[in-house]
Ligand binder design. Structure first.
Ligand code: GLY
Length: 305
């Protein structure tokens, strides 16, 4: 099933399945196996949705929700904090068959931003809602707001303290989460969710909720989720670069490697990518020291970092 397995890129053929990432970065060696286990759990949860008849969209959302709930990842509970110690989530979800999409950005006070993104998608009137408007929309759609303190972990506070004292990096050790899925009909979907960078300005929006930057799904090309330096990913439109190359028929794993190289050359930014094509090929690549990932599907399971 796994046809390429190198430290910075892997790829294979899966048919229906779910591939997830737990963020590009440099996870402490002592924590790497936890990150891989978290990804495995999420990929399996997504594949269980496919097995019970769910769509690629349902599977990507379910896998992303699992990762949002695991406090080691920079999304949902445990997300990176703003310079004021608050939590502002970004997330997006997109379906490749219909191009339906939804996202929220800089939204406060909800446990699973990917579920808010799904509600925006189902509502269909807009693609992206931000800040207070996104929160108001969520409450109007029966999402229960949570006490922000329940989303903040000791590790997130520590990371912020280091950044504010000039001793830490604004990039999370790893990181933003994402899921891409392919269902039995060849439909693909992508989800990405993040707290963004540590100590970010209030109102900063990264690449994750922006279609064509951090997230994209189009059955003519692929489903893709990006992770890494959001400002660099936004500047090059990383997900769109990948989708256009796959639509031209290029090989998934080569496309990911060259898209990351090009981003580094043009902006200095590093990151990672996962992709699933309608034909059932999946690939993951990174230009950072680590990116946890896992795949689960009809042809088996695999994971790494
Ligand atoms: N890639 C996530 C962010 O920069 O917000």
């Amino acid at each position: 099933m796994l046809v390429v397995a190198m430290p910075d890129v892997c790829a294979g053929e899966m048919g229906p399945g779910v591939l997830v990432h737990g963020g590009a970065g440099d996870v402490d060696p002592a924590r790497r196996s936890d990150h891989v286990d978290g990804c495995r759990e999420a990929a399996r949860a997504g594949f269980a949705v496919l097995r019970s008849g769910g769509s690629a969209l349902d599977a990507a959302q379910a896998a992303a929700r699992v990762l949002e709930d695991l406090p080691m990842f920079n999304a949902g509970t445990g997300a990176a904090l703003t310079e004021e110690g608050t939590v502002e989530h970004d997330a997006a979800l997109m379906e490749g068959t219909t191009l339906r999409a939804g996202g929220v950005a800089a939204v406060r006070g909800f446990k699973n931003p990917v579920d808010l993104a799904r509600a925006v998608l189902e509502d269909g009137r807009h693609v992206l809602l931000v800040g207070d408007g996104a929160a108001r929309f969520a409450r109007a759609h029966s999402f229960e707001a949570v006490d922000e303190a329940s989303l903040v972990t000791a590790r997130a506070r520590e990371a912020l303290a280091k950044v504010l004292s000039g001793r830490g990096a604004t990039g999370w050790a790893g990181g933003t989460i994402g899921a891409v899925a392919r269902d039995g009909r060849g439909g693909v979907a992508a989800a990405t969710s993040t707290g963004g960078t540590v100590g970010k300005r209030l109102g900063r929006v990264g690449d994750s909720p922006i279609l064509g930057a951090g997230t994209l799904a189009d059955d003519r090309a692929c489903a893709v989720s990006a992770t890494g330096d959001g400002e660099g990913i936004l500047k090059v439109g990383l997900a769109r670069v990948v989708a256009l190359a796959l639509e031209r028929g290029e090989v998934a794993e080569s496309v990911l490697v060259s898209a990351l190289e090009r981003m580094r050359e043009r902006t200095g930014a590093t990151g990672g990518l996962i992709v699933f094509t309608p034909a059932g090929r999946f690939a993951a690549a990174r230009s950072t020291a680590t990116m946890s990932w896992a795949v689960a599907g009809e042809r088996g399971q695999d994971a790494g970092i």
